[in-house]
Design a binder for this molecule. Structure first.
Ligand SMILES: Cc1cc2nc3c(=O)[nH]c(=O)nc-3n(C[C@H](O)[C@H](O)[C@H](O)COP(=O)(O)O)c2cc1C
Length: 208
């Protein structure tokens, strides 16, 4: 199978915000796997890595808000929500956000739309959970075009620095997106993370 053929499927980039079951904690992560799956009634599906805190919190609360990121979105926003876990950081602290009617956080800038959703069903995809949801409310928040995953990869994400500094020996590579570890000093050409499908650019060295 030519896996790179799947790169031709276009997608956007979103902040998937949610809350704990009792509403005492909020969190969110970046996702690019979100699609409208039906229009009457309006349904969408979003796929979330099982080990993400966001996944567990959506399972607990059954609700989420999707901020559709726009072309003005900075890498800072994407790294705040997509390159660290809510287990280690309060990602919304210092961010411009508000809570929707369902108690889930959404961004007040860098978005062109916000959708508030309620989970109807979840499907186990082994590495991910696919949540199928009802769209309870939808608001246009700006006139900029939605950020596409292709533009994120080509223009928003900084290019990876060259070689590691110093004398340190690289013994493996860790995916900065999902934490998967590849335990060999060199990533094979065209390598893709087996958990989240991100490419070599999203891997950081593990030193011996
Ligand atoms: C551009 C981009 C796209 C991503 N797409 C997804 C995705 O589709 N599904 C997912 O679960 N995680 C995706 N991630 C990874 C999560 O945002 C990341 O693992 C996050 O740190 C999880 O945080 P949490 O543990 O607080 O939920 C993506 C990250 C980036 C930067």
């Amino acid at each position: 199978m030519e896996k790179t053929a799947l790169y031709s499927i276009s997608s956007g980039v979103f902040l998937l915000g949610t809350r704990s079951g009792d509403g005492s904690k909020i969190n969110g992560c970046i996702t690019n796997t979100c699609f409208q799956t039906a229009s009457n009634p309006t349904r969408l599906a979003v796929s979330v890595i099982k080990q993400n805190l966001t996944c567990r919190m959506i399972q607990e609360s059954g609700v989420f808000a999707l901020s559709v990121l726009d072309d003005s979105c900075s890498f800072g926003t994407i790294s705040r929500f997509g390159y660290q876990s809510g287990r280690d950081a309060d990602k919304f602290s210092g961010a411009e956000y508000a809570l929707g009617a369902n108690g889930c956080p959404f961004l007040l800038s860098e978005t062109c739309a916000v959708l508030e959703c309620r989970v109807l069903n979840e499907i186990n995809l082994e590495s991910h959970v696919l949540f199928v949801a009802e769209v309870c409310d939808a608001v246009t928040t700006g006139k900029n075009a939605p950020l596409t995953y292709a533009r994120y990869q080509a223009e928003v994400k900084p290019k990876r620095e060259g070689k590691a500094e110093g004398e340190k020996t690289i013994v493996g590579w860790r995916c900065r997106i999902c934490g998967y570890e590849f335990k060999k000093p060199e990533l094979p050409p065209g390598f893709e993370c087996p958990i989240c499908s991100h490419t070599a650019e999203d891997f950081e060295p593990i030193y011996g």
